[in-house]
Design a protein around this ligand. Structure first.
Ligand SMILES: [Zn+2]
Length: 154
């Protein structure tokens, strides 16, 4: 059973940089943080760079840009942060995974050989899912607890 701990600040930071109203391009990036027993603790995210390919209905992340910011965070954290998942937006749509999302999440969890979390932002809400290696389907998580600084999804 894995839960996902997300700082309010991180969600607010992503929302402030990635508009989700209709007419904008999709945006996305990596989610970084720490793996604890039974929990993924998110601490940072990476943001789109000019190497990504983005339209209002598609975001194709390039390794370039995201990889260097992930490496920079890894160094800054004293080599402790890990790649925990990805986020992206559905501008003007709903925060629900598309067929393409489900396919790519399955693949990413298989490649990383660890449970990964995936977050989709629409204009008002978020979707948080957990993809376990070799599970056909991502598990949608629910908001279980919140305090002044964090949301806990499980
Ligand atoms: Zn999507």
């Amino acid at each position: 059973m894995t839960s996902v701990l997300i700082p309010n600040e991180l969600l607010a930071h992503i929302r402030s940089k990635a508009p989700t109203s209709g007419g904008h391009n999709e945006q996305g990036g990596l989610l970084l943080g720490h793996r604890k027993c039974g929990a993924l603790e998110l601490t940072r995210a990476t943001f789109p760079s000019r190497w990504d390919h983005a339209t209002p209905t598609l975001f194709k992340r390039s390794q370039r840009g995201h990889r260097i910011s992930a490496l920079r965070e890894w160094v800054r954290s004293g080599q402790t942060v890990d790649w925990l998942g990805e986020w992206h937006t559905h501008p003007g749509g709903i925060a629900r995974p598309s067929f393409t999302d489900l396919e790519s999440w399955r693949l990413l969890a298989r490649q990383s050989k660890q449970p990964m979390t995936f977050i989709i932002f629409d204009n008002i809400s978020i979707y948080v899912g957990l993809q376990v290696v070799n599970k056909a389907m991502v598990k949608p998580l629910r908001l279980a607890e919140r305090d002044q600084s964090h949301f806990l999804y499980s």
